[in-house]
Design a protein around this ligand. Structure first.
Ligand code: PEP
Ligand code: MN
Length: 335
């Protein structure tokens, strides 16, 4: 059960509600986010929900049978919209395009990509400065100085930044330079990281783990929300299967299922999803048709020279063409 409390509730009124919940034998977690105060109540006993609904200080009360609560659609019918400022909104009312290189490599590279984004009206740039790599000898990113440079160029051009945070200690040094924290597939169940990201006021995009179920992704998002941050979005980026003909198995099914289960925006990552440059646009379009609220893909001036993930990275022409196709098809998806 989720109880939404009135914003300016007094401690005494809240105490009364807590003691009523206690009486029915439910365990309560209080969650205060940027937008509201919630009591998440877990228990099995039967009770008349009207008794809670009629209490002073209660704005609304909902039964939520899912294992995740606050991210569930069961209590929040309206989709969540994430506001990145300056009119950049991510959610059901538009289709967001986020693009950029796998890794931030140099000032010149960022400038070229930013120019490409501006020309194509793309408002959010991705790019990793802390890179999770399978091999310790591979390029692991430019680190915090790279982020500062990335930020400087993006700010000067009205572009928002999404970049991966890999560990708790990076949050504080990164926070002033990012617009969205990305939690990578490998950290999808790093619960300490998720807890900490719940304590900051900055949007988070959380990717599905390589072997993560949809339920596990939603529960990971619940970690962040239940710690107080409801500026969240989810990302399908493909899962590991027995298939070896492509990098990952992009789970198109996850998109409508997630949209049904949660009120959070659902973003598709076709680049990691298939891992093959020439097929990335088709997967992006398929994701849009499946109901995704946006895509995040990799683009580089010279993908063959990219420091990471070049094989799945579009060049500027391919990216421009994809933007054109996404825009042209957007209206089709609204019928
Ligand atoms: C990335 O976005 O470059 C990345 C490492 O993605 P993932 O965590 O999905 O593998
Ligand atoms: Mn990548």
């Amino acid at each position: 059960m989720i109880i939404q409390l009135e914003q300016n509730i007094s401690p005494t009124v809240k105490e009364k509600i807590l003691s009523s919940i206690n009486t029915i034998g439910y365990k309560t977690t209080e969650v205060k986010t940027q937008k509201g105060i919630y009591l998440v109540c877990i228990g099995k006993n039967e009770f008349d929900i009207r008794l809670i609904g009629s209490l002073n200080g209660v704005q609304d009360v909902h039964r939520v049978s899912d294992s995740y609560k606050l991210v569930s659609r069961k209590w929040k019918v309206n989709a969540t919209e994430i506001d990145l400022g300056d009119g950049v909104l991510i959610g059901e009312n538009n289709f967001s395009i986020m693009a950029g290189p796998c890794s931030i490599e140099s000032e010149e590279q960022v400038e070229k990509v930013v120019k490409h984004l501006v020309e194509n009206n793309i408002k959010v740039m991705r790019g990793g400065v802390f890179k999770p790599r399978s091999s310790p000898y591979a390029f692991r990113g430019m680190g915090i100085d790279g982020l500062k440079m990335f930020n400087r160029i993006c700010r000067a051009n009205g572009i928002k930044i999404i970049t991966e945070v890999m560990q708790v200690s990076q949050i504080a040094e990164m926070i002033d330079y990012v617009d969205v924290f990305q939690v990578g597939a490998r950290n999808s169940q790093n619960f300490n990281l998720l807890d900490e990201l719940g304590r900051v006021d900055k949007p988070v995009l959380i990717k599905r783990g390589m072997s993560g179920t949809i339920d596990e992704l939603l529960q990971s998002a619940e970690y962040i929300f239940s710690n107080g941050n409801e500026k969240l979005m989810l990302c399908e980026r493909g899962i590991r299967s027995y298939e070896t003909a492509y990098r990952n198995t992009f789970d198109i099914n996850a998109i409508p299922i997630l949209k049904e289960k949660t009120h959070l925006p659902v973003i598709a990552d076709p680049s990691h999803g298939i891992g093959i440059r020439e097929h990335v646009p088709m997967i992006a379009l398929a994701a849009m048709m499946a109901g995704a609220d946006g895509v995040i893909y990799e683009v580089h001036e010279k993908p063959e020279e990219a420091a990471s993930d070049g094989a799945q990275t579009l060049n500027f022409d391919e990216s421009k063409q994809l933007v054109g196709r996404l825009n042209a098809n957007y209206s089709l998806n609204l019928v």
